[in-house]
Design a protein. Structure first.
Length: 469
């Protein structure tokens, strides 16, 4: 049954944004294109709601548990809407909704710890934690629901209120999620706004927003940081990655090929921490390329709502154009497509799963984040050469090392200049662990207790141990 709850979220009376199904390329719905001058009223209501929301931690915990239950109850409808606008297979959408509910429960039960400092002085110094106020989240289109929850779950658990802006390409599931949560959260604790730029810039620069958290591209992240600087708001920026997988000379290709393929191609390669380039010993290069190419040629590509689909479309037309461009640049420079290398015929934004070999190391498909179903496989002669190449871009989100000698693999992983390194797998995260990158991959930390404290500020109270006459 459809979810029917009151929609308390503001709507512009005229301007609209068309929402396109990437499996067909056709518009299937629309959302309000809200204007920057509408934000003052939204943020003011969030500020008023903060006064009560921050005051009762027990009530917050109960409300967030109810929120998790509500997400699960509406899970089928949310998952179908997510697949319709984003394109991913329905099973992956269900997993994204389940992770959203799990994240709400995790942060509902996570509380900051008061700490007393003993330093020999005749006072008790106690560190307590206070919420920040209204905060803002700007969310991309690759995991619109899960990344929204990664931002609002810790923020709300910390006692803040939030104004949440999804991507104009994928606003529908987020608006539906907002309506589901509106039924169990106090009014104006979480508000979803939809619109094109400059709505995001105005939200980031709003003088009453105290923390801006953003996931997206490096250029847009820089713009968000500049906008937030106007009011000296805190920023947390997750700006993508160009993760490398380094295979060691003792790796068993047949045992890891399937895991490696899906580490690169899940969600059609539209994952910030997906494997985006592979470095393999020269003697194993042909074997690995053939194994990955076989999977690319035989995987079922189609609409996410079709039960047999394993790989959906690219989410939007601009991203499809980018994937085509970087692939064509590589092929023009001498690369060879062992599989794919082209857009698929027919409606929708489909690109053939692509394995590239003989790729010049300076090609954009290697040095930049292609963010699509394209994977370059590059041979190396020495391990030092592979590590240097893995570390040789401006990104530093994640990386992985693959081999049978786990101690040796861990020693190589320790040389990777990134925030998270995996051994014999990739892009798997626990709710309890920190997630952060180096270099251009971002600023700040999300996940686990670090994500909670990122939404709090310390408040120190000094009290004499005894009064003196």
């Amino acid at each position: 049954m459809p979810t029917t709850v009151p929609d308390r979220f503001p709507e512009s009376p005229t301007a609209r944004i068309a929402v396109v199904d990437p499996a067909t390329g056709e518009t299937f719905d629309e959302v309000p294109d809200q204007q920057p001058d509408e934000l003052d009223a939204v943020v003011d209501r969030a500020h008023r709601a903060w006064q009560g929301w921050r005051a009762d931690p027990a009530a917050r915990t109960a409300a967030l548990h109810r929120a998790a239950d509500a997400v699960e109850t509406a899970g089928g409808e949310l998952a179908r809407m997510l697949t319709r606008e984003q394109g991913k297979p329905l099973a992956e959408s269900h997993a994204e909704i389940a992770r959203t509910a799990a994240r709400l429960r995790y942060f509902a039960d996570l509380a900051p710890r008061t700490r007393r400092i003993t330093d020999g002085r005749p006072v008790h110094s106690e560190i307590r934690w206070r919420s920040l106020g209204p905060v803002a989240a700007i969310v991309p289109w690759n995991f619109p629901v899960q990344l929204a929850a990664a931002k609002f779950a810790p923020a709300l658990a910390a006692g803040n209120t939030m104004v949440l802006k999804p991507s104009p390409f994928t606003p529908m599931a987020t608006r539906l999620l907002g309506s589901v949560l509106a039924a169990v959260l106090p009014e104006d604790v979480l508000t979803v706004v939809t619109g094109r730029e400059p709505l995001g810039a105005r939200l980031a620069s709003h003088p009453r927003i105290r923390h801006v958290t953003f996931t997206g591209s490096v250029p847009t992240g820089r713009a968000v940081a500049r906008a937030a600087a106007a009011s000296l708001a805190r920023v947390t920026l997750e700006l993508g990655g160009n993760d490398a997988a380094v295979l060691l000379d003792d790796v068993e290709v047949d045992r890891i090929a399937d895991r490696l393929f899906w580490a690169a191609f899940r969600n059609c390669g539209q994952v910030c921490m997906a494997v985006k380039r592979v470095y393999v010993p020269a003697r194993l290069h042909t074997e690995l390329v053939e194994a990955l190419a076989h999977r690319a040629k035989t995987v079922t590509v189609g609409a996410g709502l079709d039960p047999g689909t394993r790989l959906g479309p690219v989410t939007n037309a601009p991203q499809l154009a980018r994937v085509e461009r970087v692939t064509e640049q590589a092929l023009s420079a001498g690369a060879r497509a062992a599989a794919g290398g082209h857009r698929l015929e027919g409606p929708g934004y489909f690109f053939a799963p692509t394995i590239l070999t003989d790729v010049p190391p300076g090609s954009p498909v290697v040095t930049e984040e292609q963010f699509g179903p394209v994977l370059p496989v590059l041979p190396y002669r020495s391990l030092d050469e592979a590590v240097d190449a893995a570390n040789g871009t401006g990104y530093g989100l994640g990386g992985s090392v693959w081999g049978t000698d786990l101690d040796r693999a861990e020693a190589v992983a320790d040389r990777l200049d990134c925030g998270t390194a995996w051994i014999n797998h990739h892009a798997e995260l626990s709710l309890a662990q920190p997630f952060a990158g180096t270099k251009h991959s971002g600023v700040g930390v999300t996940g686990g207790p670090w994500g909670l404290y990122g939404n709090l500020r310390p408040f120190v109270v000094h009290r004499p141990r005894e009064e003196r006459g």
